[in-house]
Design a protein around this ligand. Sequence first.
Ligand SMILES: C[S@@+](CC[C@H](N)C(=O)[O-])C[C@H]1O[C@@H](n2cnc3c(N)ncnc32)[C@H](O)[C@@H]1O
Length: 422
Amino acid sequence: MPRSDFSQWFAELDALLVSQRRWWQLQPFHHRQCCWAASDPSLEAALAKLSDERVAELDGDSALLAEWLSPWIPEAAELRRLSQLPSFTAESSTPLLPPARMAEGIPGRKWQQLLAFVQQIPVGRSNVLEWCAGKGHLGRLLSSVQGREVKSLEWQAGLCAQGQQQALHWQLPQRFVCADAFACESASHIRAGEQMLALHACGDLHTRLMRRWSQALDAAAVSSEAPKAKDKGQEPSRLSLSPCCYHLIEAEQYQPLSRAASASALRLSRADLQLPLQQSVTAGAHVRRRGEQETLWRLTFDELQRDWRGVDEYLPLPNLKKSLLSGPFEVFARWAFEQKGLFELAERCHDLAAEPYLTRGAERLKLTRRMELVTHAFRRPLEVWLALDRALYLSEQGAEVSLSTFCEAALTPRNIFIHAER
Ligand SMILES: C[S@@+](CC[C@H](N)C(=O)[O-])C[C@H]1O[C@@H](n2cnc3c(N)ncnc32)[C@H](O)[C@@H]1O
């Protein structure tokens, strides 16, 4: 299938994700028993037999995971095939040569991502808008290697100030606009004939840019002053983005962008939209250990609260201050009960014998990780479904669209690159 036939590609992926929903549209964390114990007892037994090392090995290798799951989910291999994106191609074959010291202060992997992203951007002269720029590293690099004027829009004043200082230091034509991307006035910065950039603008932030870009181009097309790109030898309007944090949306449920996704039977909750992000190849050992302890304590608390409340139901907890994880579990449990307004139970934590609950929590953690492993076979397919929805939407708006990766997943798992020209 040609990878440019987004409709056919989407239809095939969508059909499989819909038919296989029972494997991935669930929250392993909320369950005390394996979700497939009744329907697939042999899978439950096989999962229970896996060592932690084997779980990590399967989790890190999608081909191996699809093969291991094939007795129960023969579709896993096809899903994997449908989630392969064309790999990145350097737009300019000559390596970028920014000043060596420009990388200073930027973590190594981030710098490599920036280089890879900028290599995808067609060489041009038009002005550039960097959407949700942070400190504007991307805009700075692009301005430096292509000599272009860049406007970097970011709402955190501190980041704008730091970015502006860097631009001055490198004597680059990069200007920061400190503004809320959602504000109506921000639309005025989105102009036809320019290059839009958005690297890892979360959820609604990048979809808002896509919609406003299409609207701006429609408006320019009907305006009598619209530049005739071909007549005047001008560059097309370009939009290049890499999406992330699909769950950071205002709506309760995912709002499809394209006609095809709107017609799909899939309804995606914010929790479903977190599945593609469950991949922590870039997290350091310390962060991973702390994350593991937090999950263990949340599950231990879940065991405790079900006992003490006498209600066999999951109770979601808010985000916590990481310092809570360095004290004893009893302090965490008290905090958790207080958060839910259960003050009598919070008081009882003074006399809590935590050991048996911590043992049950550890069992839950083991079960959770094994159920998650199954859902992880669907994490990239779902992400590609979301990327195709974006590509299809832009195509429907009259753009020529390409979909690829811009770097290896080891640099960032959020490595999808969508490029549109109109
Ligand atoms: C994940 S960071 C990406 C930053 C940068 N593009 C990069 O890749 O390094 C997302 C950025 O969006 C900014 N942001 C979040 N909400 C915003 C809003 N409503 N308006 C403008 N910027 C926003 C954040 O402050 C943050 O700098």
